[in-house]
Design a protein around this ligand. Structure first.
Ligand code: ADP
Ligand code: MG
Length: 576
């Protein structure tokens, strides 16, 4: 773990060396003060020479100014180092999360990921700065103080230093306890985030069921757990502070008493005595810093450990080393004996076989839950087949790079996901950097020009989180415009118009018909009326592709399709 941590210093070697050097100089000056004062008291004072004493004062003051400068550098540039490292870690983590498979996101709570990226890494920057640097400086200052004390009076020096290991052991003990408390705290913050995220996303459901009280109770459970974890850590912190204060003062009084005794014995001059007391005081600084680092360390390390856990998890999917990048496929699709099931569940697809010619439009119909969406999710490798093979233009999709494969496929779904941004940005998501001209053209093809023009801010209108400020039909048009810009060779329309009213549906059908021109298109539709025009229709049931043919052919077969059709016809007729 230490090596992983240290590797983050690599890009900042110079910055690290610079702050460390300034820190060491500051430490050295810290040690020089007691010596200078020792000199003033024992040599300058008895001489009675005012001019010399004045120069001594000026010299001391200069030392303090220098010391101030060094402290500035260590504090500012040192923290800069820390925050740079923290930023790098966030970057790595975000990029790592982006590359996880869809399966991973199915099983991971958004709130937990949020905490990993924000809170968990919050203290690592502090550690990155204070950790190695202050550790080095503190230890050097302590050793330096000890060395100087030895030269002044070795007996008193050893007496003083007998206490130091106890102080350090004591800090270590508290650090360990703190680490446990912090891991618990981070876990509870993650739960907390997750709860809020869930509540906000589902607020319409909460309100519709009037379950605010119930949500409040659940929130309060998390909230109390958070309070409990936090209190536990404060208790450790309080004990630590109290004990270390007492021990520190004990050290000073101990030196004071022993020193007095040595002076009375005539083994120590007054100047040396003052220097000793001042040196003991100088030691308090590094010891307190060590304490602070030890206190911060568990926090940072608890976060860093959680960070590494996530970072060391390999993405489930990776390109083969010899994967091919395709620029433009024709769009021929073949499924050969495809078997697939979601984690720990029964197989959803138990041997699916079909092939679609380039440019053909094929409709998948069948009962809900039969696996239609699942079949199409395997094509862009959102999930991986368990056995069997999927080919595009006779090449296995596993032989293509994932990025170039996904470039070729466009999916329009029932529940459109839009980003909390302007209409322009949402359309241009299909082709980053698209010009306004291209965006307007796509909007026109998706039949949404009028809608955009009627909005006060046109393309710059913000559409809210997940596009809440647009109607279902408007959102669907936007997602179609986006697809015109993406211009994929293969198009998947998964119940794209199911949630729309009949009037909007027929307008969007037109846009979709235009979109599918010249592309291999797989349409999943609930309403059979919308797929009559398909070149071929596949009936998907739990047994795989049960029937296949044109609308007319399938009606004549009098099988599942004709039964489905009859049922819907009756329903529509009754409803009309
Ligand atoms: P259809 O689109 O035909 O209605 P789906 O392909 O969506 O059916 O679902 C097929 C089966 O797979 C269902 O039983 C469903 O519960 C299950 N399923 C769908 N998506 C997931 C998922 N992300 N994780 C686990 N199970 C899933
Ligand atoms: Mg579906």
């Amino acid at each position: 773990m230490l090596r992983a941590f240290m590797s983050y210093y690599k890009p900042y070697k110079a910055l690290f060396a610079f702050t460390l050097a300034c820190g060491i100089l500051a430490g050295a000056l810290e040690l020089a003060f007691p010596l200078a004062i020792n000199y003033v008291i024992d040599n300058l004072l008895p001489s009675g020479n005012w001019q010399l004493i004045l120069w001594g004062g000026i010299g001391l003051f200069t030392m303090y100014i220098l010391n101030g400068g060094f402290h500035y550098v260590v504090t500012y540039w040192g923290h800069k180092l820390g925050i740079n490292i923290e930023t790098d870690m966030r970057r790595d983590l975000f990029s790592h999360i982006q590359n996880q498979s869809v399966q991973y996101f199915d099983n991971t709570k958004t709130g937990h990921l949020m905490s990993r990226l924000t809170n968990d890494l919050m203290d690592i920057g502090e550690i990155a700065h204070h950790g190695p640097e202050e550790l080095a400086i503190s230890i050097m200052t302590l050793l330096g103080a000890f060395g100087i004390m030895l030269t002044i009076n070795w007996k008193l020096a050893i007496l003083t230093f007998v206490l130091v290991p106890f102080l350090i052991l004591f800090t270590y003990y508290f650090g360990k306890k703190m680490s446990v408390a912090m891991t618990m705290l981070f876990g509870s913050i993650a739960d907390f985030n997750s709860r809020v995220e869930n509540n906000v996303t589902g607020i319409r459901v909460v309100k519709a069921f009037v379950n605010e009280k119930h949500e409040m109770d659940k929130f309060q459970t998390n909230n109390n757990h958070f309070r409990f974890s936090k209190l536990a850590s404060y208790k450790i912190m309080a004990k630590h502070t109290a004990f270390s204060q007492i021990l520190m003062k004990f050290l000073l009084i101990f030196v004071l008493l022993c020193g007095t005794w040595f002076v009375i014995q005539g083994e120590l001059t007054y100047g040396e005595f003052v220097a000793f007391v001042l040196l003991a005081n100088v030691m308090v600084g590094p010891i307190q810093k060590l304490n602070a680092v030890m206190e911060m360390y568990p926090k940072g390390i608890a976060g860093f450990r959680r960070y590494l856990d996530l970072l060391n998890m390999k993405p489930e999917q990776e390109d083969r080393p010899d994967a091919i990048h395709v620029d433009q496929v024709k769009g021929e699709i073949t499924y050969k004996d495809v078997v697939f099931g979601y984690e720990n569940k029964d197989k959803v697809l138990k041997g699916v076989n079909f092939s679609i010619k380039a440019g053909e439009t094929v409709a998948l119909v069948g009962p809900s839950g039969a696996g239609k969406t699942t079949i199409t999710s395997l094509l862009p490798r959102f999930y991986e087949v368990e056995s069997g093979e999927i080919l595009i233009d006779q090449t296995s999709i596993h032989d293509l790079t994932m990025a170039s494969l996904r470039e070729q496929i466009g999916v329009v779904q029932q529940d459109v996901f839009l980003f909390d941004a302007s209409i322009r940005e949402n359309i241009a998501y299909g082709k980053l950097g698209a010009t306004d001209e291209e965006i307007w053209k796509a909007a026109e093809q998706a039949q949404m020009t009028k809608i955009i023009q009627s909005l006060p801010e046109g393309l710059d209108t913000l559409i809210g989180e997940r596009g809440v400020k647009l109607s279902g039909g408007q959102k669907q048009r936007l997602s179609i415009a986006r697809m015109f810009l993406k211009n994929p060779a293969i198009l998947i329309l998964d119940e794209a118009t199911s949630a729309l009213d009949t009037e909007t549906e027929s307008a969007i059908q037109q846009a979709l018909a235009e979109l599918s021109v010249g592309r291999t298109t797989i349409v999943i539709a609930h309403r059979l009326a919308t797929i009559k025009e398909a070149d071929r229709i596949f009936v998907v049931t739990e047994n795989g592709i049960e029937e296949e043919g044109t609308h007319q052919e399938l009606l004549q077969q009098k099988g599942t399709y004709s039964r489905l059709h009859q049922a819907q016809f009756d329903f529509d007729y009754a409803g009309a």
